[in-house]
Design a binder for this molecule. Structure first.
Ligand SMILES: [Zn+2]
Length: 88
């Protein structure tokens, strides 16, 4: 992306393949998702250190081994997972 910032590629009229703009948008989405996952992992590590890992952030009940095995960075039990988060 950085190298293409100084070039003037007009691919909008290329009948084949995706445009550079589309691929950039897709890359931004993937980067945002990866950053979100890293944030979740950082929070899980912090919870491990504080001893709160495996405890639902909403109801305080244990999240449960199977759910943690499937989603190690989750912060809510299955019952609370679909409930909206409180505004920060
Ligand atoms: Zn819960």
């Amino acid at each position: 992306m950085e190298s293409s910032a100084t070039t003037n590629i007009d691919d909008e009229h290329d009948p084949e393949g995706a445009t550079v703009a589309y691929e950039r948008a897709q890359m931004h989405t993937l980067l945002d998702q990866a950053r979100g996952r890293l944030d979740e992992i950082d929070r899980a590590v912090a919870a491990l250190r504080s001893g709160e890992y495996g405890t639902c952030e909403r109801c305080g009940q244990p999240i449960g081994g199977p759910r943690l095995a499937a989603r190690p960075a989750t912060r809510r039990c299955r019952s609370c997972a679909d409930l909206p988060r409180e505004p920060a």
